[in-house]
Ligand binder design. Structure first.
Ligand code: FMN
Length: 136
């Protein structure tokens, strides 16, 4: 199985989630891993499972580089298994619900999203590990 993990992060919180997800996935999959502004869209779309991370930014929107990356791959997501994750602070997860809707409208099979309040603590790290295993 080939799995893509692509993320954006402004202060390292979503990056910390992405690193745990990568470590967990690496045990039994080939992993394509990188940032939204440094990963090849075609390589990501060659994967069976695509996990994308962005913090809640602006007013419940994606971080800019992920918005741009996601827009690039969106039309190729039909039939893919997609999981969305990210860190937030004061909201209630609207950015992830909106993102799920977009991915579903693109024809992806979208798993339940994973959100962590600010920096992942020990229990959040366990959640990231379990979420990754369920996504594979
Ligand atoms: C400019 C800016 C806008 C933000 N907008 C939201 C928001 O709409 N909803 C929310 O829950 N958190 C919001 N946050 C908080 C971030 O999502 C939170 O700090 C998150 O942990 C950042 O993750 P990162 O380190 O991966 O970038 C915002 C933070 C900044 C700096």
């Amino acid at each position: 199985m080939k799995i893509a993990i692509v993320y954006a992060s402004t202060t390292g919180n979503t990056e910390a989630m992405a690193n745990v997800i990568k470590e967990t996935a690496s045990s039994n999959a080939e992993v394509v891993f990188g940032t939204a502004d440094g990963t090849d869209a075609g390589e990501v779309l060659s994967c069976d499972v695509i996990l994308l991370g962005s913090p809640a930014m602006g007013d419940e929107v994606l971080e800019d580089s992920m918005e741009e990356f996601y827009t690039n791959i969106e039309s190729g997501l039909g039939g893919k298994k997609v999981g969305l994750f990210g860190s937030y602070d004061w909201g209630d997860g609207q950015w992830l619900r909106d993102w799920e809707d977009r991915a579903r409208n693109a024809g992806a099979s979208v798993i339940e999203s994973l959100m962590v309040h600010l920096t992942p603590e020990a229990d959040d790290i366990v959640k990231c590990q379990e979420w990754t295993k369920a996504a594979m």
